[in-house]
Design a protein. Structure first.
Lengths: 143, 759
């Protein structure tokens, strides 16, 4: 594998894992987010070589076959997804937050996802989805 | 509202799981065997003649398969309207903005393609350029298009009643000049195209707001029959008005593929997405608003100049929306509007939900200022001027279903308006704004939608519709409509949408017509299929077809629910009788066909209208000028909500676009035609920490044209929230700031000029 390839390129092109997206070229948008040893990182700014020896989790690795991970389920049931482009990064960042902080406040949720840009939702239902995943209500539709 | 089984229910969208799983494929995620990678060479000059292009060295670079310039294309200028055809999608002799397309390469990988660009030599004759709309309109300014003298892209002129007389006789008149620089769409998905040309024609995947709208011009530009250009279904990462028109990228990728006879993928960088698709107009506006002693608007008079960039785009529409939204929101017996869209040497500007922000901030701040001078509550002022069902606007459009006043009252109650307005501590402010949006405007022969409904062997249904989903939920919307009409559940509905090889023509996701027309066509098609089912079921149940109902997967006799047969069984029975159940339907807007944006701006402009009121509360730091949003409330009359969760999503999006984006943050900064902040570090836009929760309030009204009484899903708030946040800042600072956006430096300067006094 050539030294200069980013982790994002290797994921998308060599491994055909297109869940991680390219959005900005300068590490600002967060659509390339993957988890490295459980922490959200910008795969567009990481060389693939740097990732060797670490555990990388992409959005494709979150579900169990057809069974959605609770965070994925909450986003579906609480309207946290519109066009879906920011979604893989947003869900992984949220999962990482909840793994460290299982009962975040709204302010903590907003802070955690402040590096994931969304143009479709205005963020309200994304925050509600994460809070629902946290308190267990995310498994049913938000009526 | 009648008791529906599916309509009006909150449900997850049918494609959300695919997106959550990362399965949803956007254009840049796609790949085809033998695919090449495209890159575009761009002009380093904002205005120049192309004297010569030498591509020979690029062609010889190993790995390069084809290089194209404008000379490889048919001479063809595209335009949204026949009278706005000014856009050669790959220029031959002139470039008109910095980074305009000049040549393109397809190679076996992106790096080689990029290297090849450096080997293309272009000889330019630099021409004088103009970067400001008012400068461009002056005599002696460099001319961008030989047939558009004075750089006037379009001029819209509306003059109804006697504005001068009415203003002279008004009790009070407010006059101000407002201005705003460019904004940008910032769809999270960068623009991308995958084009595959072979002996059967062209398959193309790209972000779009109406695949049929792209197929036609693309076919003309390539010299192909329209039926051989197939714009395929793909997930789209947002559009917001910036992806409805054919893009040079669509054409260039197709041309490369046509020449190479291989698939070509062209993916734009974020900078190219900022600069080389569409931007949002910069505007300056002079506004005069008059009222009588009772606070009723007597006249509105405005001249607005819009910086349209180098090409026409949707000029006639963009040039008209300001007065249209005003006259549908408030009663105004006299209206004069002059809108001039000017050409400048900058990227072309398109439509955007809250365009033009100066208009909506301006009129709303005027109403607050006039209310203040009258000693009247701004809420009372709005109620007095609200339109209602049956009202006829100055340009002779009739308002149909309308719950505008209810949106005002509900928003005010939720916001605690009476308790707060005029009673907040220093530095805090609360403001209100209202808006109306047209739903289903005329688009000539392409203005309607059609659909098919097909019953499959297992009794499930496939709906075939040209409607496109950009992320707003249109696919789920038509599935819900079809399910309700057929008495099935949404899980029984499958979709084939937005694919010009299969789906009938649809007008596209603009003029807020997807629910109204696309949804309406699906309802008609489902009703047609149901009629056919009932004929068979009537026979099976020994009843009259007119006595039958469909609900919960069954067809039964009205009033005798025990006399039923499963819908799936009816469909199979039909097949056993050699009868295929196939429903079809179409829907067109009910508008005045003689109305024209420019030559005759009079008559029914749209089938119906939605209305909304927004209220925002802010805190302004008196030293830094930084505005913090404390709360945002939006009440929207959508007729009937098909899926309340989806309507809320649209309202919340609209609120953030109109408030923090338009009023507080977004602008481009220029230097001689070069965009200095075409990236996410320097172009400020709202993050999750910049906005509060948006509280959505759905209001219903008695809509008769829309399917199940539905209008559109939330766009009135993109108009209303502009006024609400502008007025909240005005309330907090005591100043009408006339330059948008209200960034900290702008607010601080306004406060300093005022002596730092706060009301």
């Amino acid at each position: 594998m050539p030294d200069h390839k980013t982790l994002l390129e290797v994921l998308r092109v060599d491994l055909s894992l297109t869940g991680a997206k390219e959005g900005c070229e300068d590490g600002t948008c967060g659509t390339c987010t993957v988890l490295l040893d459980g922490w959200p990182v910008r795969s567009c700014l990481l060389l693939a070589a740097e990732a060797q020896g670490h555990e990388i989790t992409t959005i494709e690795g979150l579900s169990d076959g057809e069974r959605l991970h609770p965070v994925q389920e909450a986003f579906v049931n609480y309207g946290g997804i519109q066009c879906g482009y920011c979604t893989p990064g947003m869900i992984l960042t949220s999962k990482a937050l909840l793994d460290r902080n299982p009962s975040p406040t709204e302010a903590e949720v907003r802070e955690a996802i402040s590096g994931n840009l969304c143009r479709c939702t205005g963020y309200t239902k994304i925050v509600e989805s994460v809070l629902a995943a946290a308190d267990g209500t995310g498994s049913t539709v938000n009526t | 509202m009648p008791e529906y089984s599916v309509i009006g229910k909150r449900m997850p969208r049918i494609d959300s799981a695919a997106k959550a799983l990362g399965e949803a494929k956007f254009t840049a995620d796609l790949a085809l065997p033998g695919m090449l990678y495209g890159k575009v060479l761009r002009s380093p000059h904002p205005h120049a003649r192309i004297l010569n292009i030498d591509t020979s060295r690029a062609e010889k670079l190993p790995g390069v398969r084809v290089v194209v310039t404008g000379k490889d294309a048919i001479p063809y200028k595209w335009g949204v309207f026949p009278y706005t055809r000014d856009y050669q999608l790959l220029p031959v002799d002139r470039v008109r903005y910095y980074q305009e397309e000049v040549a393109a390469v397809a190679a076996i990988d992106e790096e080689i393609a990029r290297e090849a660009l450096d080997l293309i030599r272009v000889d330019y004759e630099v021409l004088p350029a103009v970067f400001d709309a008012e400068e461009a309109l002056k005599e002696g300014a460099p001319q961008l298009h030989d047939d558009k003298l004075g750089n006037v892209s379009v001029r819209i002129f509306v003059d109804e009643g006697d504005v001068e007389g009415a203003l002279a006789a008004s009790y009070l008149v407010q006059e101000d000049r407002f201005s705003s620089p460019e904004e940008n769409y910032c769809q999270t998905e960068p623009y991308a195209v995958l084009a595959n040309f072979d002996s059967s024609g062209l398959d193309i995947w790209c972000p779009n707001a109406g695949p049929h709208m792209k197929a036609r011009p693309l076919s003309t530009a390539l010299g192909l029959p329209t039926s051989q250009v197939r714009v395929r279904k793909v997930f789209i990462g947002g559009h917001f008005g910036g992806r409805s028109e054919i893009s040079p990228a669509d054409f260039i990728a197709s041309l490369l593929s046509q020449k190479a006879r291989r698939p070509v993928k062209l993916v734009y960088t974020r900078e190219e997405s900022f600069n080389c698709v569409r931007q949002v107009h910069a505007c300056s506006m002079l506004l005069r608003t008059g009222v009588d002693r009772d606070g009723k608007i007597t006249a509105v008079d405005t001249k607005i100049i819009m910086d349209g960039g180098a090409y026409a785009s949707t000029g006639p529409i963009a040039g008209s929306v300001a007065y249209l939204m005003w006259e549908e929101t408030y009663r105004m017996p006299n209206l004069r509007y002059e809108g001039i869209r000017a050409y400048t040497n900058k990227p072309p500007r398109g439509m955007y939900p809250h365009h033009p922000r100066v208009a909506f901030a301006g009129l709303e701040m005027h109403l607050d200022a006039l209310a203040e001078r009258l000693g009247m509550d701004p809420l009372e002022m709005r109620i007095r001027n609200a339109v209602s069902e049956g009202y006829v606007t100055p340009t002779k459009t009739v308002i149909h279903s309308c719950a505008e006043t209810e949106t005002m009252l509900k928003a005010a109650e939720a916001a605690g308006w009476k308790e707060k307005r005029g009673k907040l501590p220093p530095g805090r402010g609360i403001g209100m704004g209202c808006g109306a949006v047209i739903s289903g405007f005329p688009m000539g022969i392409r203005g309607g939608s059609a659909a098919f409904v097909r019953f499959n062997e297992d009794g499930d249904v496939t709906v075939i519709s040209g409607v496109v989903d950009n992320g707003q939920g249109n696919d789920s919307m038509i599935a819900q409509i079809a399910a309700e009409e057929l008495g099935l559940s949404v899980s029984n509905i499958n979709l084939v949408t937005a694919d010009t090889s299969v789906t009938p023509a649809d007008q596209g996701a603009y003029s807020q017509s997807s629910t109204l027309l696309s949804g309406g066509a699906v309802k008609e098609a489902a009703a047609d299929a149901k009629r056919q089912l009932f004929e068979v079921a009537a026979d099976m149940l020994e009843a009259k077809a007119g006595d039958l109902e469909a609900r919960d997967g069954r067809i039964y006799v009205r009033g005798a629910p025990d006399k039923y047969v499963a819908t799936a069984k009816v469909a199979r029975t039909a097949l056993s009788r050699n009868h295929t159940i196939l429903g079809r339907g179409f829907r067109w807007p009910t508008v005045d066909p003689k109305r024209d944006w420019i030559s005759n701006p009079r008559g029914q402009i749209a089938s119906t209208f939605s209305f909304g009121t927004a209220i925002a509360e802010v805190e302004v730091d008196q030293e830094t000028g930084r505005v913090k949003l404390l709360s945002m409330i939006a009440a929207h009359d959508c007729g009937t909500p098909i899926n309340p969760m989806a309507v809320e999503q649209q309202m919340q999006r609209s609120a953030v676009e109109a408030g923090p984006q338009a009023v507080l943050l977004e602008k481009h900064i220029w230097n001689k035609g070069q965009n200095l902040n075409a990236n996410f570090l320097d172009y400020w836009f709202p993050l999750s920490v910049d906005v509060p929760r948006i509280e959505p309030i759905i209001v219903t009204s008695n809509e008769t044209f829309g399917p199940f009484g539905a209008k559109e899903g939330g766009l009135s708030i993109t108009v209303a929230m502009v006024g609400a946040v502008a007025n909240a800042v005005r309330n907090a600072t005591g100043v009408s700031i006339t330059e948008l956006p209200f960034t900290p430096d702008v607010v601080a300067k306004a406060l300093a000029n005022k002596g730092g006094q706060v009301q």
